[in-house]
Design a protein around this ligand. Structure first.
Ligand SMILES: Nc1ncnc2c1ncn2[C@@H]1O[C@H](COP(=O)(O)OP(=O)(O)OP(=O)(O)O)[C@@H](O)[C@H]1O
Ligand SMILES: Nc1ccn([C@H]2C[C@H](O)[C@@H](COP(=O)(O)O)O2)c(=O)n1
Length: 662
């Protein structure tokens, strides 16, 4: 997951490859609750691992449920219809799929419970569900504003002889919550009557489908009346698989429609989700087709390519695909006219007011947008612009706007707070970058060159981490080459230059989990000695060795960007880098830093000896014929003798920001 303050997505120019989606959020949290209410053990496979499922799992544990979760599998030992813990304070983050069903289940089970969440959760309405439950005799108090969480639930006196009435026109989650929970008390037949037009019906269909898998056969008369038969009891299916998330699929379906265009390309393939899906958002494929996407669908997979281009503008009632419809709003940026998305009032009470949020952010890109209480009209930009995209702690806003990176103006897009995708798709951006392409020159590079122990590596690594960029420690390439040459019995010098260059061309180097491998050998520490540094300096003076390592270094230039440290990053390897820094410090300062570094690792050294070695290494690196150490003509000079690491990083980030169009 990108745990950075913002993520700059470079302009993207193509898409293709296979996507494995995380499990559906709606199915995951429903299945977890049903498994918890059932007797016995349920093994849930392909469970979504995200913020919303994490809060549900934590709540179930607190209630006394057996939860053994690892990766995408969870074994739930159910409560068998009673809360083992009669008292608990449950924190449910911003997960509506946890807050609403747990409210219903706990109110019916009875006990003493407090349910709360993030501030936005306390602005999301729950009054209609509470009213319905109070009508049954449940004891629920508001701890804050009436109609909204946090809630206090106590044991009430249930009266179940009349049909339960619940509004269906604000959120279908109220009906879902009652349907999931009422079998707990269904010693006699219980009916629910929906007041108003039921919205988001496909989500209710998921609920009915999953209830059936857990032994509850709900009878339904249209979308107005639902009956739970007398004597209904949850029965664990033993094992259950969660399908890929259809709402998450929408971003990759859109990606195929926008970015997968070259002849002969296979386009975007989505595995684990297809036409047989029980999720309503699978109908997004029909909307995408209307806009021009070419989609081949099988029961369990989808293949998407660009068809019409520009996309065709649409006018659509989106009530049946409320979450995925947000993706259409961004696809509309690439359409041949104005697109209208209607019947989307439920967007206003989601993670944020999504109509307002989408309108505001689309306008930042140059689109003309008209918003109404329950509609959005989007006209593509005449002149594309870029700006930081505010994401409102809403995962879907963040994911949708990544698609704006295909803009024809080739402008990068800045997504603020990218970690909000953790709600449903923690690895969204990694997945996006694995199936998108751009021109190499559009992938930004920051070069930090400078003499030994000036702090290049330290500063470059922190800058890379803060920007979510890749990191190239080019010195490590020379250190590893020198080590490989020594291990092969080659003397480091001009006589063995061809043989060492041949080794360098095939260097089996791998960087993983903060470690460096030469073949299967962990050489992380071995290449860090002063002797290894000297050998690297010698090997780096051989021109054909330098040439042999060029492709390897270019290979690090990958989405979303690169920070590279070394001696010739800005002068030779990445001459088109957007920012070049030449980082220096006095020889004395550098010797002291290296001395402390070595001593802290338990390596004995003297300050004088280190300063001598370091000056000798600088002299060799600066005087060699091939790619000598020197500032690039367009480099910014930064002397950090008197700066801390944090101050050095801040300076680099400030210079970087100065190069960005945001
Ligand atoms: N202001 C500073 N900026 C960067 N590093 C500093 C600073 N002050 C102390 N250091 C320390 O200096 C030491 C040397 O830093 P680092 O290894 O990053 O240098 P380098 O330039 O990459 O060296 P080399 O070229 O030998 O690989 C580290 O232990 C680092 O923590
Ligand atoms: N781009 C580079 C990086 C490194 N070298 C050489 C010169 C250095 O003395 C040696 C070790 O580098 P370090 O790990 O200390 O940064 O490798 C180079 O020539 N060009």
């Amino acid at each position: 997951m990108f745990d950075t303050a913002f993520l700059d997505i470079p302009a993207l120019t193509g898409a293709g490859g296979t996507v494995h989606l995380p499990g559906s959020k709606s199915i995951s949290n429903r299945v977890l609750l049903l498994a918890a209410l059932s007797e016995g053990r349920t093994t849930v496979h392909d469970l979504l691992a995200s913020d919303d499922t994490a809060v549900m799992l934590a709540a179930l544990r607190q209630l006394g449920c057996g939860v053994d979760a690892s990766g995408s599998t969870a074994v739930i030992t159910g409560l068998g219809g009673r809360a083992v813990q009669q008292q608990a304070k449950l924190y449910l983050g911003n997960a509506g799929t946890a807050m609403r069903p747990l409210t219903a289940a706990l109110a019916l089970l009875g006990g003493d419970f407090e349910l709360s969440g993030v501030p936005r959760m306390h602005e999301r309405p729950i009054g209609d569900l509470v009213d319905a439950l109070r009508g049954l005799g449940c004891a629920i108090d508001y701890l804050g504003e009436d109609g909204f969480p946090p809630l206090h639930i106590r044991t009430g006196q249930l009266v179940l002889d009349a049909p339960i009435r619940v509004r269906g026109d604000v959120s279908s989650q109220f009906l879902t919550s009652l349907l999931l929970a009422l079998p707990l008390v269904a010693s006699r037949e219980i009916s629910i009557e929906v007041v108003g037009e039921l919205i988001s019906r496909p989500y209710v269909e998921i609920t009915l489908n999953l209830l059936d898998r857990f032994g509850i056969a709900v009878q339904r008369e249209g979308w107005q009346r639902f009956t739970i038969p007398a004597g209904s009891r949850y029965r664990s299916p033993g094992d259950i698989h969660v399908e890929g998330d259809a709402s998450s699929a929408s971003y990759f379906i859109a990606l195929g429609a926008i970015g997968a265009w070259a002849e002969g390309q296979k386009g975007i393939e989505i595995e684990g989700l297809g036409e047989a899906s029980i999720q309503g958002d699978i109908h997004f494929i029909e909307a995408a087709r209307q806009m021009g996407a070419r989609i081949d669908a099988s029961a369990n997979s989808l293949r998407i390519r660009r068809g019409a281009w520009p996309l065709k503008a649409i006018a659509l009632d989106c009530n049946h695909i409320p979450d995925a419809a947000m993706t259409l709003a961004v696809m509309a940026l690439y359409a041949d006219g104005t697109s209208t998305l209607r019947n989307i009032a439920s967007w206003r009470v989601k993670e944020t007011d999504r109509i307002a949020a989408m309108a505001c952010e689309l306008r930042k890109l140059g689109a003309s947008v008209e918003e109404g209480q329950d509609f959005l009209k989007v006209t593509p930009p005449v002149l594309w612009q870029t700006a930081p995209i505010h994401t409102y702690d809403d995962h879907r806003v963040a994911m949708c706007f990544s698609l704006a990176a295909f803009n024809p103006a080739r402008l990068p897009v800045r997504i603020l707070d990218p970690r909000c995708v953790g709600k449903t798709f923690p690895d969204y951006f990694e997945t996006l970058f694995s199936v998108t392409r751009t021109e190499p020159e559009l992938v930004p590079v920051i070069c930090i060159d400078g003499p030994t122990a000036s702090g290049k590596g330290t500063v470059a690594a922190v800058v890379a981490q803060k920007l979510g960029y890749h990191f190239l420690d080019s010195g490590a390439m020379y250190r590893i080459t020198a080590l490989a040459a020594t291990q092969a019995g080659l003397a480091i010098g001009p006589a063995q230059e061809p043989a060492i260059a041949a080794l360098a061309r095939q260097l089996p180097v791998r960087f993983a989990d903060g470690k460096v491998f030469l073949g299967n050998q962990d050489v992380t520490e071995t290449i860090r000695t002063e002797e290894a540094g000297m050998n690297a300096s010698r090997v780096s003076a051989l021109p054909s060795v330098r040439l042999a390592l060029v492709d390897l270094q270019h290979g690090f230039r990958q989405l979303p960007g690169l920070v590279a440290d070394g001696r010739d990053m800005g002068t030779v390897i990445f001459p088109d880098a957007a920012l070049k820094i030449f980082l220096t410090a006095s020889a004395r300062q550098r010797a002291e830093r290296r001395y402390k570094q070595l001593i802290s690792k338990g390596i004995s050294a003297t300050l004088g000896g280190i300063q001598q070695d370091l000056e000798a290494r600088d002299a060799r690196d600066m005087s060699r014929q091939a790619a000598p150490l020197k500032p690039a003509d367009d480099a910014a000079l930064l002397d950090n003798s008197e700066l801390s690491i944090e101050e050095s990083v801040a300076q680099v980030l400030k210079l970087w920001q100065g190069t960005r169009p945001f």
